[in-house]
Structures are given as C-alpha cells and as structure tokens.
Design a protein around this ligand. Structure first.
Ligand SMILES: [Zn+2]
Length: 401
C-alpha cells in the first residue's frame, strides 16, 4: 500500500527563486492544457493526452511566449499536464454520468494568487543524496528536516509551498501493511460538530473524541487576525503583513488538527477490529454558513480518510453506512423511528422510556447497522467485497432526512 511522508524542507534564497519559477511554470502549463482541451473540443478536433502534452510543453518551449518553460524541470511540467488531463477527464465523465461519487465542477484555472503552490516530480526528477539532502531537478540539493525516517524508496515527491511561507516535500512510498493482533471489539462512530466523534463500542462502552481544546485558543486568535485583516486597506502594506500572520496562524491550526486526528484515529484503530461510520454529505453541510466554520474545523472527511488509511495498514476495517440511514431518529433500544430530530435536540426520551444522548444513540445505531450488514460480524478477516452492494439489501431505509 502507498503512504505519504511529509517533511519540512529549507531551500536557500536562490533555490526558493527557482522553486517559484517551477510553481509558476507548472501553473501555466496546467492552464494551457485545460484551455487546449476546451479549444479542441469546441473546434470539433479530437486530441489525445500525448498530443495535448506535446502542444503545451514540447511545442510551447519553442515559442517566444513560452521559451522560459525550458528553464524548469520537464518532469514537473509533464506531471502538471497530467493533473490537468485527469481533472478534465473526471469532470467530463461526471457530465456523461460515467463517474460515480461527488459531482465535480469544471476544472478551474490555477491562479498566481492561489495560496498553496505545488508541483510533483517522478523518480527521474529527484533523488536522495547521501548527506541527507534532497536533489530537485534544476533546483539543486535542498536541506530536509528528517523528522522520521523514510520506510522505503519514494516513487514520487510533491514539493509544496504553504501560504505561511513554509516549504515541504511530501514523498509517496510503498509500505508493507503491519497487521495488529486481532481484537474482538467493534465500534460505531458518529461524527459531529460539537465533538469530533462519539463512539459506541460492541462491549457496551462509550468513548468520546472531543475537538481538541488547544485548537479553540488558536482559532480565537485566527478570528481576531481575520477581523484585523478586514479592517486594513486593500493593497496596503499593513494588509499584506496581516495576511501573512493569518496564514501563519492557519498553518498552526492545520498542523495541530492533523496531529490530533492522527493520534485519535490510531487509538480507535488499535482498540477496534471493525469501525463503522456514517457517510456524510459534508459538501452539503458546509454550505450552511453558521455551521461552516465548526464543521470544516472538525475536519470530518479527513478523519474518515485517516481511519481508512490506518485500517488498511494495521489490518482493521472501516465500513461506511448509508447516509440516509436515520441514525439520529431511531431509538437504539426499541427501534422506533421519530418523525423529526432537530439538530438542537441533544437528549431525548423515546416512547419506550429509553433516555438518549443524541450522538451516542446515533453511534449505537451505526454500530448495529454496520454489524447487520456484515455477514460475519464476529469473524475477523473476511470482508464483504463491496460495502455498498451489501448495504443495498440490508435494512438501510431510504429515508429522506
Ligand atoms: Zn425506544
């Protein structure tokens, strides 16, 4: 399986200059590739991926307007064109109904003003030097802060400049799964806003994962800085200064959150053989402006992705329960389904007399639904081939929430 290992890198002033050029050139060929695709389509001309690449990289280098493309690593340009092609194809397939999953918009052009800049290199564009430096084509040997070792030879690296001005190298490496000893406990996880997750275990326990406290303080500071930025005159030096401070604070929040989520996900994976989560309509929820901040902060989709990655690595399983399954409205004691359950209701009493904490009740229902959908809830290593196919048959009532 593949994993990403990310390290801070410390390019020199001259290297930064060269990195900036590479970011810029990759952005240009990305946009050129999208434009070429669109133009050819409108002109009724059929072009393949190789032809697009030839036009926006090879041919373009020979023109006066794009001659500077020869100054940066071709590998990076080629990868950027590939990204553009994939974005275009995904969107196109989505239009034609050939692609499942989230609806995708038309790929957007990249802008000089984008906060995060990056480019990717395959094996022939970088190498690891004996002295622990990272050689980047046309940039040179860059210093790396090796916070931990790489488990194997990386197959590619993405060089990133975050909005706070820090540079990172994110390596893709192949790692061997290292299954943990099997345990019998399973868990249902309800992801939420006030808490990151409420967990109901098959041994009858409850384990909440709060949103990290230290994050609240960082967020308060961030909000204050953002208000300050809004007050500053557009285009002014003070605004630029505040913008940078906002970016630095954002970086701190992101790193704190990522670190916390990694630890919590690993703990859940260690303690449970199978984890069930509800698939969430996160794109839809974030549109609600009042909740937007809190929800994106909880970073639920990211948390689920972390759970899945760690499950694969440590021999556990994560199964998703249909998002229309009424986990909040169903009494986990008697199975009665309430008509409504407004978001503000935190505890409720069912007709059967059971008193429920909203989230814990939902977690219990998710656990029960997950176990029901798995033919061998007690077994260890046999998994249904497709969670979705099994889910369609078993109890998940298509309930318009
Ligand atoms: Zn009940």
């Amino acid at each position: 399986m593949q994993a990403r290992y990310r390290y801070r890198i410390e390019p020199t002033e001259a290297q930064r200059e060269m990195l900036a050029r590479t970011f810029g050139s990759c952005r240009v060929v990305f946009n050129d590739a999208l434009r070429t695709r669109g133009d050819c389509y409108r002109a009724g001309e059929r072009v393949g991926a190789t032809e697009v690449q030839r036009r926006v990289v090879t041919v373009a280098k020979g023109t006066e307007a794009r001659a500077w493309l020869s100054e940066v690593a071709s590998v990076a340009l080629v990868q950027s064109v590939r990204d553009a092609q994939r974005a275009y194809t995904n969107w196109w397939d989505c239009q034609k109904g050939r692609r499942r999953g989230r609806k995708m918009g038309r790929p957007r052009m990249k802008s000089r003003k984008d906060n995060r800049q990056s480019f990717r290199l395959t094996r022939n564009g970088f190498s690891l030097r004996p002295q622990g430096r990272l050689y980047i084509a046309k940039v040179g040997d860059v210093r790396v802060r090796w916070s931990r070792g790489l488990p194997s030879e990386p197959s590619s690296v993405t060089v990133i400049r975050e909005p706070d001005g820090h540079y990172y190298a994110s390596f893709v490496v192949e790692v061997e799964p290292t299954p943990l000893p099997a345990v019998s406990q399973e868990a249902g996880v309800d992801l939420g806003v006030s808490r990151l997750a409420t967990v109901a275990t098959s041994s009858g326990g409850r384990a909440d994962i709060p949103n990290p406290r230290h994050l609240a303080g960082k967020l308060r500071k961030l909000r204050r800085l953002e208000r300050e930025k809004a007050r500053r005159a557009k285009g002014g030096a003070n605004r630029a200064k505040t913008r940078r401070r906002v970016a630095i604070q954002h970086g701190k929040v992101t790193r704190a959150r990522r670190d916390f989520q990694h630890k919590q996900a690993l703990a859940l994976i260690r303690e449970n053989q199978a984890i069930y989560v509800e698939t969430l309509n996160i794109a839809g929820m974030v549109r609600n402006r009042r909740l937007a901040r809190a929800i994106s902060d909880a970073g639920m989709s990211r948390f689920v992705r972390l759970l899945e990655e760690k499950a694969e690595r440590y021999g556990r399983s994560v199964d998703k329960i249909d998002r229309w399954f009424p986990s909040s409205k169903t009494c986990s004691a008697c199975g009665a389904v309430q008509d409504t359950m407004p978001l503000k209701v935190r505890t409720w009493v069912c007709g059967c007399g059971a008193v429920h904490d909203r989230d814990h009740n939902a977690a219990k229902n998710i656990l029960a639904a997950g176990r029901a959908e798995r033919p061998n809830a007690c077994g260890v290593d046999v998994r249904p081939l497709s969670g979705a196919a099994v889910g369609d048959e078993a109890g998940s009532t298509p309930n318009a929430a």
